[in-house]
Design a protein around this ligand. Structure first.
Ligand code: C2O
Ligand code: CU
Length: 579
């Protein structure tokens, strides 16, 4: 069982336990004896079952088992300890166990609330607040049911409530005010003379595009989705004039995965001002990394990219050989865009499929009918990739995989999420059951170039209440805060920097640092054993812990965010800043 499914199971059981306790309490208050006893039995079992899921989570190395052990477990134990014996004695008047059952319901619900709302790190204040809430709710229910509650109960309630307030409840953390992001607008692109220059113009505008025979509203570069494919040869200078015809939310171009100088990075409010309707901006950088990349707007990026403001950037080391095609996968208005037409290839010719995931969620790709190798991930060649057969690859949001093979004489097909997007003939293979490649163990290993780290940062990705502003909001958080309240990570040029990225939430977070590729060191405490993996986009699944590192060699102010762009917009964005 993966940590993700354990977490889901634990959550379901916790909800079931809370609901059954509360239901049992309500049923006994209504003197529905069989129903009350039935629900209470379910609740008892569910509460005890959580001991198993919590232990399993702790053993799976889940970082946050402590908070369950410190807060949820004692409350659940109290619930069983108080309600259980009364039930067994099951008095003639079932109504007498209503308050203990309700108490158990409040205890399990409040433990659940702490888990869902409070987030990391767990604090004594949160624990006390939860206990105070439980006692208060029990006292109120007791009064309402006319039950006789011992005086000590109210006294305990008072003491706990005061203690919760005094410890600051852990909820009113002092705002770690983030320094203002410099608005260094319009710094002219460095002029690079005497080099072959590839010039392009991208005009952003609203458009109507045909998706599988249906006209849908889109935002497009040059009227097409995806935008034009930009290609260059290593050593070229790329010069792109961006114009905005009528996109009211503004437009920029971010070169995803391309480690350009900071003032070319295209992040509005950080490296430039958004280009408004009628305005233009010129990007200029040298194409010195070969590989598969893409570009997209970073202004209102969630809606902007989803609506179609993106395209492919491919930099080749020299003239393409054989068949060399890009396959950007994108969902527009809820439908997958058709893959570009690919011509037939002569058997024996080399084929390179550059798979690009431009959506906000992971896609599963499978090539049927031939063995293949993964030549590159995120634009960087792998070391010693071995042939794979009947194996699928998962590409995170924003990620790229280059698959290579020699065209066989028999048909080949590419499947995305089980759907054939391209085929040279009938291939009857069910790819759904294929194993998935783990890139951390693929290819030939090489030593990590650093043995010590100048800076280490931990990023805990979560969903929770961000209470750092006047109005609390339920956000996607990093270390308990949401953009713009997450303090930046400050490094010095030349530092070797290590990130520990931990996913405490129930959903995948595809992590993406601008301006740098990071080297994967380990996942869940297990060192990577395959080819060095230099990534710019990687999925941190629920419960996972990733260790990655990079050398700070590209000064500036860089976005560092989740590439599920809805999450990025809802708080999951911070910045890496050079001092
Ligand atoms: Cu492709 Cu800041 O993102
Ligand atoms: Cu995310």
């Amino acid at each position: 069982m993966t940590t993700g499914s354990l977490l889901a199971a634990d959550l379901v059981i916790a909800v079931l336990a809370a609901a059954a306790w509360l239901g049992g309490g309500a049923a006994s208050a209504a003197r529905r004896r069989p129903l009350a006893l039935g629900l209470a039995a379910v609740a008892l079992l569910a509460t005890l079952a959580r001991a198993i899921t919590i232990t399993a989570l702790a053993r799976a190395g889940w970082w946050f088992a402590a908070e369950k052990v410190l807060i949820a477990a004692p409350l659940s134990l109290a619930a069983v300890g108080i309600a259980g014996p009364r039930l067994l004695r099951a008095p003639g008047d079932i109504r007498a166990v209503a308050v203990p059952l309700l108490f158990a319901g409040y205890a399990t619900s409040s433990a659940l609330l702490v888990t869902i709302l409070h987030g990391y790190p767990a604090s004594a204040g949160a624990g006390l607040l939860a206990v105070a809430g439980v006692v208060a709710a029990t006292v109120i229910s007791g009064r309402a049911l006319g039950a006789h509650l011992p005086r000590t109960v109210s006294r305990v309630a008072l003491v706990v409530a005061v203690a919760a307030l005094l410890t600051g409840t852990g909820l009113t953390v002092a705002p770690g005010a983030a320094p203002a992001v410099p608005h260094d607008h319009g710094s002219p692109a460095a002029r690079i003379a005497d080099e072959p220059t590839r010039r392009f113009t991208l005009t952003a505008g609203t458009a109507t595009v045909d998706v599988g025979g249906r006209n849908v509203a889109a935002w497009a570069f040059n009227g097409q989705v995806p935008g034009p494919e930009l290609t260059a040869t290593v050593g070229d200078v790329v010069e792109v004039t961006l114009r905005n015809r009528d996109i009211g939310r503004g437009v920029t171009v971010h070169w995803h995965g391309y480690d350009v100088p900071n003032d070319q990075d295209g992040v509005p409010g950080v490296t430039q001002a958004a280009v408004r309707p009628g305005q233009e901006f010129v990007y200029r950088f040298r194409a010195d990394q070969a590989g598969t990349y893409w570009y997209h707007t970073h202004s209102a990026s969630d809606v902007g990219v989803r609506m179609g403001l993106y395209g492919v950037l491919v930099v080749r080391p020299g003239p393409a050989t054989g068949l060399d095609v890009t396959v950007p996968v994108h969902t527009l208005a809820g439908r997958p865009l058709p893959a570009p037409k690919v011509e037939q290839v002569e058997a024996g010719l080399p084929v390179r499929l550059r798979l690009i995931n431009t959506d906000s969620t992971t896609h599963r790709y499978a090539v049927a009918g031939t063995a293949f190798r993964v030549a590159a991930i995120d634009g960087v060649d792998l070391r010693g990739p071995t042939p794979l057969v009947d194996t699928a690859v998962l590409i995170p949001a924003g990620g790229r995989y280059d698959l290579v093979f020699d065209a066989p004489a028999t048909p080949v097909a590419l499947f995305v999420d089980g759907r054939a997007v391209y085929s040279t003939g009938p291939v009857s293979t069910a790819t759904g059951a294929w194993p998935v490649l783990d890139p951390l163990g693929y290819g030939a290993t090489a030593p990590v170039p650093w043995s010590r780290f100048d800076k280490t940062f931990t990023l805990v990705l979560d969903r929770g209440l961000d209470l750092r502003r006047l109005l609390p909001r339920y956000a996607h958080t990093v270390n308990g805060a949401a953009d713009p309240d997450i303090p930046p990570q400050v490094v010095r040029r030349g530092d070797v920097v290590r990130f520990t990225i931990v996913n405490r939430s129930q959903i995948v977070h595809p992590w993406h640092l601008h301006g740098h590729h990071v080297l994967v060191l380990a996942r869940d405490g297990k060192p990577a054993t395959g080819s060095p993996l230099w990534l710019d986009s990687f999925d941190v699944r629920p419960g996972e812990v990733w260790e990655v590192a990079f050398r700070a060699d590209n000064p500036g102010m860089w976005a560092n965010h989740c590439h599920n762009l809805a999450h990025a917009d809802a708080g999951m964005t911070l910045h890496l800043m050079y001092s």
